[in-house]
Design a protein around this ligand. Structure first.
Ligand code: SF4
Length: 263
């Protein structure tokens, strides 16, 4: 059995579609953080029709949404965001414990230098998952994936249309200053909710060279949401990686090495 991870993002949705054409017995899973746009329900239903099968939805049994996790007093640590650990990683670990075995796990890393680097890191750090990267194997970029959805007649998730570069949670703790200023305008209730939690727990999403920046003191003119690229949560949050491209990533990019052959 193959596990294919669907994150409601463009790349993972196409990776799942390709997985269905490459492998038999593919089960598609989506982990709901309880903090995403309502349009995700529409996108999931469109993709289910495209795939001709259900997407199995999983959710943390302990926390209902990101704010629930943040209220416990943690936002980010050197090991990653607390919300990712509680709402995504632990849910994935629970599924792995329950299933015990599988022939591969499909991930939507796409054919871009940093993504290939992350895929290599993931493979090295989590070999037990038997990861598969169909988009990298087929040289499919994020723009290609968006084009494939368009061709299939599937409207992309609304967060992309609103100008966000991924379909992460609304009010992602990994966002930069420009991102949060955009959230302030587009989703003021979410902005105010997270700002209040920050004061409650004395921790912040944002920092600069002078230290913590509470959202309620963020200068509305700081940051550029277009320049700030936050990778898809389902991908980046699952791994610890280094941004510097290693030799193997360059070889995969140039076609001299297949991602399948990386140990
Ligand atoms: S998308 Fe952002 S807010 Fe949501 S779980 Fe991942 S890191 Fe946390």
């Amino acid at each position: 059995m193959i596990i294919a991870w669907f994150s409601c993002g463009a790349t993972s949705s196409v990776a799942c579609k390709i997985a269905l054409s490459l492998y038999e017995d593919v089960e598609i899973y989506y982990i709901d953080t309880g903090t995403t746009h309502d349009d995700n329900a529409r996108f999931i239903s469109d993709c289910e029709k495209w795939y001709g099968q259900k997407i199995i939805q999983l959710k943390s049994e302990k926390y209902s949404c990101v704010s629930d996790v943040l209220r416990k007093g943690f936002i980010n640590s050197p090991h990653g965001a607390a919300c990712t650990l509680e709402l995504k990683k632990k849910v994935r670990y629970a599924l792995e414990d329950e299933l015990k075995e599988w022939d591969g796990q499909v991930w939507g890393f796409d054919f871009a230098p940093k993504e290939i680097n992350r895929a290599i890191r993931f493979k090295q750090q989590h070999p037990h998952t038997k990861p598969l990267f169909p988009l990298i194997e087929k040289g499919i970029t994020k723009s290609d994936a968006l084009g494939m959805l368009w061709k299939a007649g599937i409207e992309i998730p609304i967060m992309y249309k609103m100008g966000y570069n991924n379909n992460n949670c609304i009010g992602c703790v990994k966002g930069g200053m420009g991102y949060w200023n955009k959230i302030r305008v587009d989703f003021p209730d979410k902005f105010n909710e997270v700002a209040a939690i920050e004061r409650e727990i004395g921790a912040t999403c944002l920092k600069d060279e002078h230290g913590k920046i509470y959202l309620d003191e963020l200068d509305p003119n700081r940051g550029d949401p277009v320049q700030e690229i936050i990778p898809d949560c389902s991908l980046v949050c699952q791994i610890e990686f280094q941004e510097i491209l290693d030799k193997q990533a360059l070889m995969v990019l140039s076609g001299k090495l297949s991602i399948k052959d990386i140990k």
